[in-house]
Write a protein that binds this ligand. Structure first.
Ligand code: NAP
Ligand code: ZN
Length: 346
């Protein structure tokens, strides 16, 4: 089969698209004929290489995809040939104390398809049946293949970790990103008052179309002053900050007393300066969040399938142009998701 391959860690020229051995299907696995897949910022980290990642190269990247079941392993009962499915990338051991307690995202062996093990940016992918969800016939392949990772992440952050309530004020930084645009839609759905930042006027227009009530270009304006002036000096109840480098201290400053800062990443720098006095004096909570449980995935994907939430597709490219797809994500170009489809599907 044809697959995207990271042949070494580095710039986009380490990405190839070409022959790769057909995947073997394990007892608990399903072979998916991939119709559409999507990039996440994670694909950029994996391509560049992370100190904690020791990958066998070439590595097939990719954590989001959707397609049709073409073969099932001996122990798989939930899916059959011909089913339409989407991949949910989080893998857990099912045995540790956290898995037994019902929160597999806390699994001590938690890992992601495409990050720690081979991913799904290929014509075919062998995926554990537990990592697949059914996709209704009416849903487009591009939507099915690009929603699962960012919507589950944003859902868990806002609903389960930050416990966002109707009427609360929430600030979403980087509202144009995959997670960011999902967070804006979910916050609006909850009935919160949504403040959003982005780096261009066009991105801010999109944010408004997707549910932001107030927008600020944080490239040209100080967003703390903006939040303070829009909220009569009070600040917001919740900040979503997955950028961190260059924004973290201002995120803390943007919070009202007793506010919550929720994060799932450090896109622009993982170890920013913080503000301990403000954290204790204003009694703030700093909340981490990663991916979603199977129940959370089902809850949010139901709302994607019925059209309540939608991934914005900023570009759709053949997999042979995955290097260009990486450049779009890395270059902060556009809004939402970049979809890649096997060349044989186009
Ligand atoms: N823990 C988890 O489970 C989990 C899950 C998903 C994602 N993440 C993390 O969350 C972050 C966002 O992921 P994503 O897939 O949504 O990314 P994305 O689609 O690339 O969006 C990132 C957004 O951040 C903004 N940004 C600000 N400074 C940036 C910089 N220096 N470089 C790149 N973008 C910058 C950009 O918007 P503007 O141009 O408007 O500023 C961009 O649209 C990543 O760090 C990712 O690893 C974590
Ligand atoms: Zn576990």
């Amino acid at each position: 089969m044809q697959a995207v391959k990271i042949v070494e860690h580095g710039d986009t020229d380490v990405i190839e698209y070409g022959d790769y051995p057909d995947p073997a299907v394990g007892r608990d696995e399903v072979l998916v004929d991939v119709k559409a897949a999507a990039l996440n910022h994670l694909d950029v980290w994996v391509r560049r290489g992370l100190p904690t990642l020791d990958l066998e190269l070439p590595h097939v990247p990719g954590s989001d995809a959707a397609g049709v079941v073409v073969e099932t392993g001996k122990d798989v009962t939930r899916f059959a040939e011909g089913d339409r499915v989407a991949v949910s990338a989080g893998v857990n051991c099912g045995e540790c104390e956290f898995c037994r307690d019902g929160d597999p995202t806390l699994c001590v062996n938690f890992h992601l398809l495409g990050e720690h093990v081979p991913g799904v940016h290929a014509e075919y992918a062998a995926v554990p049946a537990d990592n697949l969800i059914a996709v209704p016939d009416r849903v487009d392949w591009s939507v099915a293949g690009s929603s699962c990772l960012v919507f589950q992440t944003a859902w868990r952050m806002l609903i389960d970790r930050a416990e966002l309530e109707p009427g609360e004020k929430i600030l979403v930084l980087g509202a144009s990103g995959g997670v960011g645009h999902a967070a804006v839609q979910i916050a609006d759905y909850v009935g919160a008052e949504v403040y959003a930042t982005g780096s261009t006027r066009r991105k801010l227009e999109y944010a408004r179309e997707h549910g932001a009530d107030y927008v600020c270009n944080y490239e040209t304006e100080n967003f703390v002053e903006w939040v303070r002036s829009e909220t009569d000096g009070r600040g917001v109840d919740v900040v979503v900050d997955y950028i961190a480098g260059g924004t973290w201290r201002d995120s803390i400053k943007s919070l009202a007393k007793n506010g919550r800062l929720v994060t799932c990443g450090g896109t622009a720098g993982p170890n920013p300066e913080t503000d301990i006095p403000r954290i204790f004096w204003n009694q703030l909570q700093i909340i981490g969040s990663t991916m979603g449980t199977p129940g959370q995935v089902d809850d949010v994907m139901e709302l994607v399938w019925d059209g309540t939430f939608e991934p914005s597709i900023r570009a759709e490219l053949p997999m042979s142009q995955t290097a260009r797809a990486h450049e779009i994500v890395e270059g902060r170009k556009g809004f939402g998701k970049v979809v890649v489809r096997p060349d044989s599907e186009l």
